[in-house]
Design a protein around this ligand. Sequence first.
Ligand SMILES: Cc1cc2nc3c(=O)[nH]c(=O)nc-3n(C[C@H](O)[C@H](O)[C@H](O)COP(=O)(O)OP(=O)(O)OC[C@H]3O[C@@H](n4cnc5c(N)ncnc54)[C@H](O)[C@@H]3O)c2cc1C
Length: 258
Amino acid sequence: MTASEEKFTRQHLLEVETLTPSLFTLRTTRDPGFRFRAGQFARLGVRKASGSIVWRAYSMVSAPHDEFLDFFSIVVPGGEFTSELSRLRPGDELLVDRQAFGYLTLDRFPDGRDLWLLATGTGVAPFVSILQDFEAWERFERIVLVYSAREARELAYQTLIGTLPERDYLQDLRARLTYLPVVTREQVPGMLYGRITTLLPSGELERAADLKLTPEHSRVMLCGNPAMIEETRHLLKAMDMNLSLTRRPGQVAVENYW
Ligand SMILES: Cc1cc2nc3c(=O)[nH]c(=O)nc-3n(C[C@H](O)[C@H](O)[C@H](O)COP(=O)(O)OP(=O)(O)OC[C@H]3O[C@@H](n4cnc5c(N)ncnc54)[C@H](O)[C@@H]3O)c2cc1C
């Protein structure tokens, strides 16, 4: 089989940054033919010492217009994929499937005024991509990013998120971004304290964003821990906000990471 017939391309790591012992970010080269929508994921492959390849889904953090690919990864103790991935250094090979997948994309919502992005842990990845793309800023008046981790040091891409509104290409667009970092295991000034599933029903998220969640105006994306997603979906359902399906557009779109 020739390289162009293979289902994947061979890319190389450009940068690796350790955030904590169990979290790191990586940047790789990008095949010019690899296309994706902000919010989608790729299948990444690493070769084990035995020669076999392990594949896992990873959301792109970088924007569809970037020349490189950024990813944000957990290290699962003993995890088959992340044990290998976390050993890679700049120059090492990473396999990337030729096709991007996933429906955590803005075309899930034909309408809406305010975009709420609710993430736990590495689940912030697709939202950082969405926030670096034009579309969300063109389509929505308000964007609220709620990003939850156990401790403040686990929150990635803080400078990137903080300086997004200053980017030239986003400045004249209409959306206003509200960033609400949330920590669950320590109290930090300027950050909300508690779980998303507590801060939502207590009204604290809406108060902090100074914005109401309503079926008419709000479109909500959830990404990360399946337990958070399941519980938040029920809370939103009780507020008349439902999963957006092709045959029946709604207010909510989700991506479970495991
Ligand atoms: C659509 C999709 C997109 C994904 N995007 C990302 C991403 O951008 N970054 C990322 O780190 N992972 C992401 N994942 C998870 C990823 O595919 C792997 O599960 C992860 O790399 C661990 O692989 P592993 O073989 O080491 O452990 P696995 O055997 O795959 O997982 C073992 C256990 O680790 C826990 N776990 C797995 N992933 C995570 C996680 N991200 N955060 C906390 N606990 C976890 C779960 O309890 C899981 O059962 C995504 C998963 C899906 C389905």
